[in-house]
Design a protein around this ligand. Structure first.
Ligand code: AMP
Length: 213
């Protein structure tokens, strides 16, 4: 695809292991950007929301425990999430890099993730926040609810998800900022425009990492 060709000068030197955390409110478009990045970089897109929805669909004990919490727009417990992400990051494909989408969702998860990735010798290299205004996000979530029929996307639940995001997840932005890993990307515009901005950020990080090496 086009993005792959456009990214080639930055990412196809054969030893790229970019480890990325994508941050942004529900409906900010981070899932869409994560999928484009997966195509372009050939590294897995790890969405904890998707992992949980698969568990719900399969009717596993974890899925059964998570469903009511997800339907209300609240956060599944940190212990469950750590187990889930640990298992996923241990898989072979994640050793060559990953795009984390939906994790970490609070400061406890951010600290647990750092500890886990230090142990695996796979530290986060770039955190990107996709920045979109709250009212625009509520409108997007309502539209998505109509199109996809997601049970956690009614307006009341959408507003709760945003409240949870502002109270618990937004501090994670500063967590990465304090570590010099964060870049904000303006998330309004076409999918392709936002992707170009994300791509520009990664190109700069890649360059900085190469200079350090
Ligand atoms: P998402 O698809 O990322 O919006 O996630 C959908 C729902 O899954 C969230 O509203 C939470 O209930 C749950 N979830 C996903 N990721 C996490 C996480 N890192 N911690 C706690 N709950 C999560």
């Amino acid at each position: 695809m086009d993005e792959q060709v456009a990214l080639a000068p930055y990412f196809n030197d054969g030893n790229d292991t970019m480890r990325i955390v994508l941050l942004g409110a529900p409906g900010s478009g981070k899932g869409t950007q994560a999928k484009l990045l997966r195509e372009a970089l050939g590294i897995p897109h790890i969405s904890t929301g998707e992992l949980l929805r698969a568990a719900v669909k399969a009717g596993t004990p974890l899925g059964l425990a998570a469903k009511a919490v997800m339907d209300a727009g609240n956060l599944v417990s940190d212990d469950i999430m750590l187990g889930l992400i640990e298992e996923r990051l241990a898989q072979d494909d994640a050793q060559a890099g990953f795009i984390l989408d939906g994790y970490p969702r609070n400061l406890t998860q951010a600290a647990s993730l750092d500890e886990l990735l230090d142990r695996l010798n796979l530290p986060v290299e770039e955190a990107i926040q996709i920045d979109v205004d709250t009212e625009m996000i509520i409108q997007r979530i309502k539209n998505r609810a109509e199109q996809e029929g997601r049970s956690d996307d009614s307006e009341a639940v959408a507003r709760n998800r945003i409240r949870v995001y502002e109270e618990q997840t937004a501090p994670v932005i500063d967590y990465y900022g304090e570590r010099g890993l964060l870049t904000r990307v303006y998330g309004v515009g076409s999918i392709e425009e936002v992707f170009q901005r994300v791509r520009g950020v990664l190109a700069m990080r890649e360059e900085a990492l190469e200079t350090q090496a």
